[in-house]
Design a protein around this ligand. Structure first.
Ligand code: ZN
Length: 167
């Protein structure tokens, strides 16, 4: 199985809320496997949501391991039907997205979140995430709600930047 192609802005799937997964069956597990592989395929990619690879399902994967901004990592998280039901704090930090390769932006996020989801086995899971991991989770849950980081920019004339390089 090779990495899946990435949908780029303004692809219509990126602007639509996703469908909740009724059951984590073989089809969903195959999607998860392909998404993990696709995330790993892109250097510095720390999260991926199903609409970015052409699926309308409420599924995301994330892994902040080894990223310079991540102090403590929970490793690979598989997120089926994820919800953030508690947030604390405010931070403004630069974000990018595989689906919007030419831009980055300053985005306001919570510093700590409680994330609930089902894993690849259909088991209910819950994590408290902080710092950059919390930001990744908010970015991916936004994708599943049909929102992009550009939708969260406070001032489009001062907070959006053209990417100079991808390194
Ligand atoms: Zn993204």
């Amino acid at each position: 199985m090779s990495a899946l192609p990435i949908c780029h802005f303004p692809h219509s799937l990126l602007k639509q809320p996703t469908q909740f997964v009724a059951r984590v069956d073989e089809k969903v597990q195959k999607l998860i496997d392909a998404m993990v592989k696709t995330m790993r395929h892109h250097a510095r990619c720390v999260g991926l949501a199903a609409p970015q690879v052409g699926s309308p399902l409420r599924v995301a994967v994330m892994d902040g391991t080894g990223h310079p901004k991540v102090a403590a990592s929970h490793g690979l998280l598989i997120l089926v039907n994820p919800q953030i039901d508690h947030t604390e704090g405010i931070v403004v930090q630069r974000e990018g997205c595989l689906s919007i390769p030419d831009l980055t932006a300053n985005v306001r996020r919570a510093t700590r979140v409680r994330l609930k989801a089902f894993d690849q086995f259909g088991a209910a899971r819950e994590w408290w995430l902080e710092g950059f991991e919390a930001i990744i989770a908010q970015h991916e849950v936004d994708h599943l709600d049909g929102k992009l980081f550009l939708d969260r920019v406070a001032n489009v004339s001062t907070d959006i930047f053209h990417r100079k390089s991808y390194s």
